[in-house]
Design a protein around this ligand. Structure first.
Ligand SMILES: [Zn+2]
Length: 352
């Protein structure tokens, strides 16, 4: 068996003098050989360096001393040849940039292999993505949305609390394992009555929507229950993964997470959830409403009000709603289709 050697500098731990040596991994030991030097150090005594992209590699020994490699790439290759790869988990944990990059890389491969399996693949990738990625994406998006589309809410704190309390109460009826982390924030919007969920579980509700439904807490709870469906199924991140790869952007963004992060608000703005995602969120809404003894019929009332509002907008009397049409993930930004209305009617008044 060929055992790779690596030229390195050895420091004995007492003097600053560098000794030219070669390193060799054999069994459970690291062998260091040079002029007048022949040491064997058990691997458990070796503190291997973090793998950074550039720079030196220095390994320290528990009993004193160290070795230094000046060629990071050669060092890493030598370590790999010695069978000392970092475990997959360790590598994934190195950074969430890495996590997302590997998720996207995985997805890119899957897309090539299985062109028609993209929604399925996105689901798998999302399942493997840590929740902190969702939260970071959500925070970035909210900052951008606040900057361009929102003002602070003017809803009295007491009413905000009442709405938050109603949702808490409705969710309490479900098994706690089925309820993801969430928070509700209020905004006065420049885009008319709307509500949306951001990756990571932040629900945004606009004052205008509260006003549109006449401050009816049951209707508001229904909207938020639908948004909770998007949170529970992580539709935001799933959509981003799909949009990124389907748009052919995957390769560009691989390894450049900041670019991706910067474009997230744009992606969230342009793309909208798939019909399937909307169906999943609607099903979740019905589940939550039923558990909280609220009739799913309240959703039908809401759809009617939004339709009226949209009609006024197309007559040019309501520019705010028109401006809002671009925020694709928001509740009121896509036209209600007859199937969804039928779904809630059916849930409210099951035919026998
Ligand atoms: Zn939705």
């Amino acid at each position: 068996m060929h055992l790779a050697t690596l030229p390195a500098s050895y420091f004995d731990g007492t003097s600053a003098r560098a000794h030219a040596v070669t390193l060799q991994l054999q069994g459970d030991a690291l062998h260091i050989q040079g002029v007048g030097i022949d040491r064997s150090i058990a691997l458990r005594e070796v503190q291997w360096p973090e793998r950074t992209r550039h720079g030196l590699r220095i390994a320290h020994f528990a009993g004193g001393g160290s070795v230094r490699g000046d060629d990071a790439a050669a060092w890493d290759a030598w370590r790999r040849d010695g069978g000392h790869t970092d475990s997959l988990v360790v590598r994934l944990q190195q950074s969430w940039r890495g996590v997302l990059a590997s998720a996207l890389a995985l997805l890119a491969v899957v897309v090539v292999l299985q062109q028609w399996g993209i929604p399925w693949a996105a689901r798998a990738v999302v399942a493997a993505t840590p929740m902190r990625v969702d939260r970071s994406l959500g925070e970035t998006s909210l900052a951008a949305i606040d900057q361009h589309l929102m003002h602070p809410s003017e809803l009295p704190a007491a009413e905000q609390n009442r709405i938050r309390q109603a949702l808490t109460q409705a969710l309490r009826t479900l098994p706690s394992a089925a309820t993801p982390h969430w928070q509700l924030v209020f905004r006065r919007s420049r885009i008319g009555p709307n509500a949306f969920a951001l990756p990571g579980g932040t629900l945004v509700l606009t004052d205008e929507l509260v006003e549109l439904v006449g401050h009816d807490t049951q209707v508001i709870t229904a909207v938020l229950a639908h948004e909770m469906g998007h949170v529970r199924h992580r539709h935001g991140v799933r959509m981003l993964v799909q949009a990124t790869v389907l748009g052919g952007l995957g390769a560009v963004f691989l390894g450049d997470f900041n670019t991706l992060l910067a474009s997230v608000p744009v992606l969230l703005g342009q793309a909208s959830y798939s019909r399937e995602a909307e169906r999943e969120a609607d099903a979740e809404a019905v589940r939550i409403l039923r558990a909280a003894s609220i009739s799913p019929a309240v959703m039908v009332t809401l759809f009617d009000k939004l339709a009226e509002k949209a009609q006024r907008a197309t007559q040019g009397k309501d520019s705010a709603s028109q401006a809002g049409a671009w925020l694709g993930i928001a509740f009121a930004s896509h036209p209600t289709d007859a199937d969804r209305v039928r779904f809630f009617k059916e849930a409210a008044y099951p035919s026998r």
